[in-house]
Design a protein around this ligand. Structure first.
Ligand code: SAM
Length: 232
C-alpha cells in the first residue's frame, strides 16, 4: 500500500524539533515519564485510574516548559491537571519540577493535543482548558496551522463539561482577533467578558516564558475566557 503523500498529511500546529535536550531532561523522560505520563494506547482515558482519585480535571495544551501548569497545580491541589506537549525538552523540564516539588496532581501526555482530544479524552469530562501563547504562525500562508480554529474549538466544546472554562491568551493581536471571532461564533460558549470583549488579565494566570518573550518584544497580551454553556 502506498504511504500517504504530503497532500494527505494532516496540517499540524507544530513542527517536531528536538532542539537542545539536557542529560537531566533525558533522564527525567526515561525515569519519570512512566510515573507521570499517559501511556500511549487507543483506549479512552479513565481519569480516576490515571490520577488515582476523582477530582475536576483541567487540561493545558502546549504547556511549553510547564511553568503555568506546575504553578496552577500547586495552587489548586483539589484539582487534577493534565498537560499535553509535543516538545520533549519541555516535558523533561516539567517532569523534573513535578518531582522536585512533590506535585502529585499532574499527568502528562507527550503527544499531539488534537489526536489525544479526539481519541482519548471522554466527552464532557473537563472542567477547564488552557491554551497559553499558542504558536502564532504569523505568516499568512501558515495561518492554517494555527491551533485555535472553528473545528478545534468545537472539539473542545464537546470535551468540556457544562460550566467548564476555556482560557486562551496570546501576544499576537491578529491571532487574538481570530480567537475572538472563532469563539464568539462557536456553539455552546458564553464570553465571560461580555460580547466581543477580551477578558482582563486574571492575576492568577501564571507568567510563562512566551509571555515574557512577547513583553520583551513590546507585544500586548490578550486573554479570552469563555464558559461552556449549560444549555447546549
Ligand atoms: C509558543 S509555545 C508556548 C508555550 C507555553 N504555553 C508558554 O506560554 O510559554 C507553544 C507550544 O505549543 C506546543 N504545541 C503546538 N501544537 C501542539 C499540539 N497540537 N499538541 C501539543 N502541543 C502543541 C509547542 O510544542 C510549543 O511548545
Amino acid at each position: 500500500m502506498k504511504s500517504p503523500g504530503p497532500r494527505n498529511r494532516p496540517v499540524r500546529s507544530f513542527v517536531r524539533r528536538e532542539g537542545r535536550i539536557t542529560e537531566a531532561q533525558k533522564r527525567a523522560l526515561e525515569e519519570l515519564l512512566p510515573r507521570y505520563g499517559v501511556t500511549p494506547a487507543e483506549a479512552p482515558l479513565d481519569f480516576i485510574a490515571l490520577f488515582g482519585r476523582d477530582a475536576p480535571v483541567h487540561l493545558e495544551i502546549g504547556f511549553g516548559n510547564g511553568e503555568a501548569l506546575a504553578t496552577m497545580a500547586a495552587a489548586h491541589p483539589q484539582n487534577n491537571y493534565l498537560g499535553i506537549e509535543v516538545h520533549r525538552p519541555g516535558v523533561g523540564m516539567l517532569l523534573r519540577r513535578l518531582e522536585a516539588e512533590g506535585l502529585a496532581n499532574v499527568r502528562i501526555a507527550c503527544s499531539d493535543a488534537r489526536e489525544l482530544l479526539e481519541q482519548r479524552i471522554p466527552e464532557g469530562s473537563l472542567s477547564g482548558v488552557y491554551v497559553f501563547f499558542p504558536d502564532p504562525w504569523h505568516k499568512k500562508r501558515h495561518h492554517k496551522r494555527r491551533l485555535v480554529q472553528a473545528a478545534f474549538v468545537a472539539l473542545l466544546a464537546r470535551k468540556l463539561n457544562p460550566g467548564g472554562l476555556l482560557h486562551l491568551a496570546t501576544d499576537w493581536e491578529d491571532y487574538a482577533r481570530q480567537m475572538l471571532t472563532v469563539l464568539s461564533a462557536a456553539e455552546g460558549f458564553d464570553n465571560t467578558a461580555g460580547q466581543n470583549q477580551f477578558a482582563p488579565r486574571p492575576e492568577a494566570r501564571p507568567h510563562t516564558r512566551f509571555e515574557r518573550r512577547g513583553q520583551r518584544l513590546g507585544h500586548g497580551v490578550w486573554d479570552l475566557i469563555f464558559r461552556r454553556g449549560t444549555h447546549s
